[in-house]
Design a protein around this ligand. Structure first.
Ligand SMILES: OC[C@H]1O[C@](O)(CO)[C@@H](O)[C@@H]1O
Length: 307
């Protein structure tokens, strides 16, 4: 019997990260997730927009070369392709200066977008693409069509607004935070931070979200599914850079989570392994094969930590 192919739709930014020395790499958190989901063998669709300019054509060409569908990446003459000035500091932490009023700030709602979601297993999105009214309104329409909404909070200074995060959380089935984001969001809601368990329970109750992921950097990652908690360690690797490491973690997670029969252990082992594998390479979307990844994964046995 042929294995069922799951399908994820990623909504939001696709862009060029410009690193020191004018080195350009494709990026955008939702695109990075789409890239790794595709590598894991899922069907993916990216809903975004690029400018009708050289950078936009080059982006589309690169995505096409990877064989990732570009049918729902709109091309606009009105706004330029997105560029981000990216830098990595001495702690290997990435910083982004995200130019405004770019093509993906103006993603149109189209009947095709809505249709593609009607047979998708997940919709992945973040806060950044909701910074402009136009893309925000498209996103909110898509959230109504999809039944498994995956919100990777991904706060990017200064482009977030707690009222929008609040509205998005109400439409979410699975939310992912890093530790700093979790504390910031609780702070916004004037909820005192006690510990992770208490914070997660608060968010689950407040927003009716059953599944929450908290990534804790070198301390591992925590997955809460209703009242079950699973804490997994990180795999120690020589860090090349952390650009897109959270995105690859999420893609690993979803590639298993969408298979209804996968256990929490299988889901988290895939997530942690893909995150570490990408962190040990340069950039958010390095070239690799499934075999490369499974060889890496096979070398690192993982078991849950007590929590
Ligand atoms: O999406 C905003 C920024 O975040 C990243 O996706 C990494 O997670 C960068 O590639 C991009 O510039």
């Amino acid at each position: 019997m042929q294995e069922k192919k799951y399908k994820a739709v990623c909504f939001g930014e696709v862009l060029w990260d410009i690193f020191p020395g004018e080195q350009r790499r494709i990026g955008g958190a939702p695109f990075n997730v789409a890239y790794h989901l595709f590598k894991m063998g899922l069907d993916v669709e990216m809903i975004s927009s690029v400018g009708d300019d050289e950078l936009g054509h080059e982006l589309l060409q690169k995505i096409n070369n990877w064989k990732i569908p570009t049918d729902h990446i709109q091309v606009t003459e009105e706004h330029p392709t997105s560029t981000v000035i990216a830098s990595v500091d001495e702690n290997n932490d990435a910083h982004y200066d995200i130019v405004e009023n770019v093509a993906w700030d103006f993603i149109e709602t189209t009947p095709e977008n809505q249709k593609v979601l009607s047979n998708a297993d997940a919709l992945v999105f973040g806060t950044l693409a909701a910074r402009n009214e136009k893309s925000k309104s498209t996103l909110f329409q898509l959230l109504e069509v999809s039944s498994y909404n995956v919100f990777d909070i991904n706060l990017r200074e200064p482009y977030y607004d707690i009222r929008i995060i609040n509205e998005l959380l109400h439409k979410t089935q699975l939310a992912k935070f890093n530790k700093a984001e979790l504390r910031m969001v609780l702070d916004f809601f004037k909820k005192e931070y006690k510990d992770e368990k208490d914070s997660i329970r608060y968010l689950q109750d407040q927003f009716g979200i059953r599944e929450i992921i908290v990534s804790k950097g070198s301390k591992g990652a925590l997955y809460a599914h209703e009242d079950q908690f699973y804490l997994y360690p990180t795999i120690p690797v020589e860090v090349k850079d952390t650009v897109g490491s959270g995105d690859s973690f999420l893609a690993g997670f979803l590639s298993k989570r969408l298979q209804k029969e996968a256990s929490a252990h299988e889901i988290m082992a895939q997530a942690v392994s893909l995150g570490a594998f990408i962190t040990s390479q340069e950039g958010a979307c390095p070239e690799y094969t499934q075999e490369d990844f499974f060889t890496f994964k096979g070398k690192h046995e993982l078991s849950a930590l007590s929590f």
